[in-house]
Write a protein of this length. Structure first.
Length: 212
């Protein structure tokens, strides 16, 4: 059995490798620092888990999930990123990832996430689970928040349009000559104003509003 760690930071890969070997001493741990290498590694049927950063050289955001699934429909995919869970976890799960782990997670949580996805279950943090349950129950309330596309600023509408086109944060930043962190901040504001927690929800809400 083999695990693949895809991250462009050596220390992150090294840390994961050490932690995994303590819990799974018989597992062979492979490493890649760019997405292109991922596709060649996972053709090996012994690779049963890919731990994937969402912001990886050569990566295409959510589209990476479909690329992996095309090669290995049965692959367990655990996203691992420093990006905000509340803005990214659910959209990656909806896209087909098995789990989403924040890089600040403690060792015990990381091992729980790995065990869950290997068992064919979904994994998100307790905070994201709570967020998902509230959304599914229809109890989410956006008190005193402006809602709807018309309430967004000109810049927010511009970024909204690019998000709906499937553009990644770095692509938007380059196109608008902004810092990626600035685009992420705008994205967060858009999610808050629209009362959504993922790009999937955002797209659906915009489509519904444009019918009226």
């Amino acid at each position: 059995m083999k695990f693949l760690i895809v991250d462009d930071h050596f220390l992150v890969r090294k840390s994961f490798k050490i932690t995994i070997r303590e819990a799974y001493p018989d597992v062979i741990v492979l490493e890649a620092d760019r997405f292109n290498a991922t596709l060649s590694f996972i053709t090996d049927p012994e690779v049963v888990l890919t731990i994937l950063d969402i912001d990886i050289p050569g990566g295409t955001g959510i589209a990476m999930i479909n690329e992996i699934r095309t090669v290995r429909p049965d692959m367990a995919i655990l996203m691992c990123s420093a990006a905000e869970e509340e803005f990214h976890a659910l959209e990656y799960i909806v896209a087909g990832a098995n789990g989403y782990l924040h890089k600040s997670a403690e060792e015990q949580e990381a091992m729980s996430a790995i065990a869950s996805v290997l068992a064919g279950k979904k994994y998100v943090s307790d905070d994201v689970q709570a967020q998902l349950l509230v959304a599914l129950a229809g109890q989410k309330q956006m008190v005193n928040r402006p809602a709807g596309v018309r309430r967004l600023s000109e810049r927010e509408n511009e970024i909204l349009a690019m998000l709906l086109e499937g553009k990644w944060v770095k692509e938007i930043a380059a196109a608008l000559n902004l810092r990626p962190n600035t685009v992420s901040t705008f994205k967060g504001r858009i999610f808050q104003k629209m009362g959504v927690t993922s790009l999937f929800e955002l797209s659906d809400k915009v489509k519904r509003q444009r019918r009226f």
